[in-house]
Design a protein around this ligand. Structure first.
Ligand code: CTP
Length: 403
């Protein structure tokens, strides 16, 4: 028996589709490893597998209806969603993905997912045309990129309807291996006890009580990185400049205004294993702060350099984080300037983005970046949501530590 899966609590939602029968075999595989499984059968799932066969295999009762009075006292959708370690939806149909993507909650499956903060894993299964339909693809990518759900499959093969193409649900073995790998990775991260610091947002450099120098950064990319690190179980602190964004779940947040405050808070939380400096820190601040409002005929704006937080972290011999990741906001010669920054700031990786393109960068929900390594490697990510960019970067960071 594999210890990784032992006593793991899994909610398996079986949706409608010929592939539903495969989930019965998956229950058997997971039970063999002493997983605890509670199965939710959707209305259309019931057309393909019977509650009796599910009960016999899972050795638990089957959850079917959100208003099931029998379940009410013992376990409603809220406690069901709190009970589990992961939620696996296999097979999930195009219709269920559309529901989840729009936040609709009209049955037990969609309600418990909406009420949960646990990792959701999807194993889609449908006809090839349905799978490739634009609306299905938009919903699927929204679930992955914006909500952070994971997927296994669908794969290419011959379908029950006789057509051939992408839309086949992963096999019980493939799903089983996927879940095992998921928990193995989380276990490793847990044992590593990683601590991370993320800086995000702009800074404000005051000239007098009411005027300041700042920039257009909203903090979106940094917040998404902190959210993603926390999801992996990394103890994450986000030091944020002025930003309207909400605190990501399970992240410690410290809100600051000026670069000096960001710097002071950074020093306080060292040592950390990972530092991601995503903040658009102001390079300059007024040489002098006037405590009263400056009169227009006396204005004299002299600037001086601000402390560089990224450089401080990288050059900190006593408490240097094991991995220091900086960002490079450039409007020209992206790769060349970013490589120079790696060397001048002594960091390990630079996430380079072109801030001259209004469709990406500051304020946009999208980003297009290259992750450039000190060792010479470069990974270009096509334009995608900032949460996708964050998840990809964090996956890379985690792999760096677990290898
Ligand atoms: N950074 C920092 N502290 C500063 C300035 C920048 O920590 N005082 C960090 C940013 O968070 C980012 C990286 O340094 O991770 C690069 O920022 P960027 O604005 O692209 O570069 P600069 O150092 O400001 O250089 P330049 O303006 O010449 O491009």
């Amino acid at each position: 028996m594999d210890k990784i899966l032992n006593k793991k609590k899994i909610i398996l939602i079986i949706g409608g589709g010929i592939a539903a029968y495969k989930s019965l075999d998956l229950i058997r595989l997971l039970k063999k490893q002493e997983c605890e499984i509670k199965v939710v059968l959707t209305e259309s799932g019931k057309k393909f597998v019977t509650p009796l066969s599910v009960t016999s295999l899972s050795q638990n009762k089957v959850y079917q209806d959100i208003f099931d009075s029998e379940n009410e006292a013992e376990m409603d959708h809220i406690s069901l969603s709190r009970w589990c370690d992961i939620i696996l939806f296999a097979p999930i149909t195009a219709n269920s993905m559309a529901k989840l993507a729009s936040g609709k909650a009209d049955d037990l499956a969609s309600t418990l997912i909406l009420a949960s903060n646990k990792q959701v894993i999807l194993a889609p299964a449908m006809n090839v045309r349905m799978w490739h339909h634009k609306s299905t693809q938009i919903n699927f990518h929204k679930l992955l990129d914006d909500f952070g759900y994971l997927n296994i499959g669908p794969f290419i093969g011959e379908m029950a309807c006789g057509e051939y193409g992408e839309g086949i649900m992963a096999s019980p073995n493939e799903i089983f291996e996927f879940i095992k790998e998921y928990f193995t990775e989380r276990n490793l991260v847990k044992n590593l006890n990683l601590k991370a610091l993320v800086t995000a947002g702009p800074t404000k450099e005051y000239l007098d009580p009411i005027r300041f120098i700042t920039n257009n950064s909203t903090g979106k990319q940094g917040y998404e990185i902190a959210r993603s690190l926390a999801k992996f179980g990394v103890d994450t602190t986000l030091i944020s400049g002025p930003s309207k964004l909400k605190k990501p779940e399970n992240v410690n947040i410290i809100r600051v205004e000026t670069t000096n405050q960001m710097f002071d808070e950074t020093k306080k939380i060292l040592p950390v294993d990972i530092a991601v400096c995503a903040a658009a820190v102001s390079d300059f601040k007024p040489e002098k702060y006037e405590k009263n409002k400056i009169k227009k005929d006396t204005i004299n704006l002299n600037l001086k350099r601000n402390v560089d937080i990224l450089e401080f972290l990288s050059k900190n011999n006593q408490q240097r984080p094991k991995l220091v990741v900086g960002f490079a906001a450039e409007t020209e010669n992206l790769e060349e300037f970013s490589r120079k920054k790696i060397h001048s700031k002594y960091c390990d990786w630079i996430v380079a983005n072109d801030v001259s393109n209004p469709e990406i960068g500051f304020g946009s929900d999208y980003n297009e970046v290259s992750i450039i390594m000190k060792s010479g490697g470069l990974e270009k990510l096509e334009k995608n949501t900032k949460s996708y960019v964050a998840n990809t970067l964090v996956n890379k960071i985690i792999n760096h530590f677990v290898q």
